[in-house]
Write a protein that binds this ligand. Structure first.
Ligand code: GAR
Length: 211
């Protein structure tokens, strides 16, 4: 694993499509120096994404890749990939990125990609995970950080956090309760990866215990 020589921090890129509260949690954690990563760029498929403003505020380079500016989805992905290659990203974090990345992108980008999902995978992959949990009537849901593979939210699981589901929950109240945990879980996963504590054995993620 390459480490940025000057800061000894791993170079991380982020893709986010919207509000960017998970990105903010990462930026806040990075500010304390405890995360072990330096954010080299935040990209979005949405030029209006609040996430881009949050990154600018933190002095992190941003770029928008709206699909409408490209002749195809493949071209858009190529542009995203070139940008992160230029930035020498060693880890790509999907923090509310609402597009499925192609198999080719995942194979060619040359660094691990992780994603945060608002459910306990493998339950409720894809869109509207909180609505899926309410419809299924589960008593517990939560959030998952996983490596991205070619499937939709099917990659090896790194960390999960359980959240209770209450009778009176709406999609919004459940989403908010899960989000609070996402803001802790994603920085923790990034910290463990940057510290070299996470390794993949087949589909199982092994995390080295810390003293
Ligand atoms: C988060 O709840 C994240 O888990 C979810 O979108 C929200 C983004 O919020 N991601 C997915 O559903 C991906 N399938 P944020 O923009 O405030 O971080």
């Amino acid at each position: 694993m390459l480490i940025d020589k000057k800061t000894k921090h791993m170079k991380a890129g982020v893709l986010a499509s919207g509000r960017g509260s998970n990105l903010q949690a990462l930026l806040n954690a990075a500010k304390t120096g405890s995360l072990g990563v330096r954010f080299v760029g935040v990209g979005s498929d949405n030029a209006e994404a609040e996430a881009l403003g949050r990154a600018e505020q933190a002095g992190v380079p941003t770029r928008a890749f709206p699909l409408a500016l490209f002749s195809s989805r493949q071209e858009q992905e190529r542009a995203v990939m070139f940008w992160f290659e230029e930035l020498e990203a060693e880890l790509l974090i999907l923090a509310g990125y609402m597009r499925i990345l192609s198999e080719r992108f995942i194979r060619d980008i040359g660094c691990p990609i992780i994603n945060i999902h608002p459910a306990l995978l493998p339950s409720f992959p894809g869109l509207n995970a909180q609505r899926q949990a309410l419809t299924a009537g589960v008593r517990y849901s939560g959030c998952t950080v996983h490596y991205v593979d070619a499937g939709t939210d099917t990659g090896p699981i790194i960390l999960q956090q359980i959240v209770p589901v209450y009778e009176e929950d709406t999609e919004e109240t459940l989403a908010e309760r899960i989000l609070q945990e996402e803001h802790l879980l994603l920085p923790e996963a990034v910290r463990l990866i940057a510290a070299g504590k996470v390794r993949l054995e087949g589909r199982r993620v092994r995390i080295e215990r810390e003293a």
